[in-house]
Design a protein around this ligand. Structure first.
Ligand code: AFP
Length: 313
């Protein structure tokens, strides 16, 4: 979408961007309410308590108060839209059915990387949006995905299936366009290797060695959102949280982390695979379904798929 004459990108706000692309009005409402939720979340991160809430989520991880707070904030804004069928959150064991006839459902990690907040590293909210009341469809059936990155700047990256676009929060806490239709290069100059290296399979070990021999630089923060954001905004890179000897399904969750990020990266011309097939084509086995992930520059994802076929089979 060409920026109107006389308008600089920074004058195009999120709602206007969605409206000018004739997006569904109710989907626009859901995305804008998520943007509103981020204002409260960023405020809580910068001023809130960091103590442990004393409860734990499905995976047995102790929940930081901010996790619980972020979950509540997003949930409240979703109910405010009036168009939500179901809400799935990484911080809750049950999917909340709001209105079985609701137009959209959301699956989100309200504060991914929350263990990084107390060391002042960037964290984020990850959201997948589905038509109707079923969030267990393959990710390719999502109607939209977005993440919000709470870093030195607060940025929002979204896609409704027509490209991936970046916005930044201004002094008035509004999101204005930074760039649209992000395009990723075929090959990576940076790589983000998750997991413990001595648990890597022969193929993953060979892949990382290949990247290093090519001069790729290691960029890994321990936060999925900032690590993926760096790859998207730099327009190249590859993130891996692979199958490990001690964690054959990897660590990251299909519903809350992998599907939304795969949607955004594919829309930017990248690829996302579990080493054998696209993440977005995988049938979900359940709410806590984890998969290995290789995501980013297309040629590098294809490279590691080839190595897995040759060396790991
Ligand atoms: P937390 O949400 O428990 O901090 O985990 C963050 C995360 O799910 C994802 O954001 C990172 O990419 C990944 O874990 C980092 O895992 P390692 O700590 O094993 O590197």
């Amino acid at each position: 979408m060409p920026i109107e004459p006389g308008k600089t990108p920074f004058q195009v706000d999120l709602r206007l961007h969605l409206r000018e692309r004739d997006e569904d009005r109710d989907l626009t409402r859901v995305i804008c309410e998520l943007a509103t939720a981020s204002r409260y979340i960023i405020h809580s991160i910068r001023t809130g308590e960091l103590g442990v809430a004393g409860t734990s989520n499905l995976y047995g991880e102790s929940q930081l108060k901010l996790d619980v707070l972020a979950d509540r904030i997003i949930r409240k804004r979703m109910l405010h839209t009036g168009v939500i069928a179901a809400i799935a959150s990484e911080e809750r064991e049950e999917i909340q059915v709001v209105d079985p006839d609701g137009k959209f459902s959301v699956a989100f990690d309200p504060l991914d990387g929350s263990s990084l907040v107390d060391v002042n590293l960037a964290v984020g909210t990850i959201v997948g949006i589905y038509k109707g009341n079923d969030v267990f469809k393959p990710g390719r059936e999502m109607v939209a995905a977005l993440y919000i990155l709470y870093g030195p700047r607060c940025t929002l990256v979204y896609s409704t299936g027509h490209g991936t676009h970046e916005f930044a929060m201004n002094a008035l806490m509004e999101y204005t366009l930074v760039q649209e239709n992000i395009q990723m290069a075929e090959k990576a100059n940076i790589y983000a290797p998750g997991g413990i290296r001595n648990q890597y399979s022969p193929a993953v070990e060979a892949f990382v060695s290949h990247l290093e021999e090519r001069g790729s630089k290691l960029r890994y923060s321990g936060g999925f959102v900032p690590d993926i954001n760096q790859i998207l905004i730099k327009g190249q890179g590859v993130f891996l949280y692979p199958h490990l000897r001690n964690m054959p399904r990897g660590k990251l969750r299909m519903l809350y982390e992998l599907n939304p990020m795969a949607f955004l990266v594919e829309q930017a011309g990248g690829a996302a695979s579990n080493g054998h097939q696209p993440i977005l084509d995988i049938e979900l086995e359940g709410i806590d379904h984890c998969e290995p992930v290789f995501i980013g520059s297309k040629a590098d994802v294809a490279k590691v798929e080839g190595l897995i076929k040759t060396l790991d089979s």
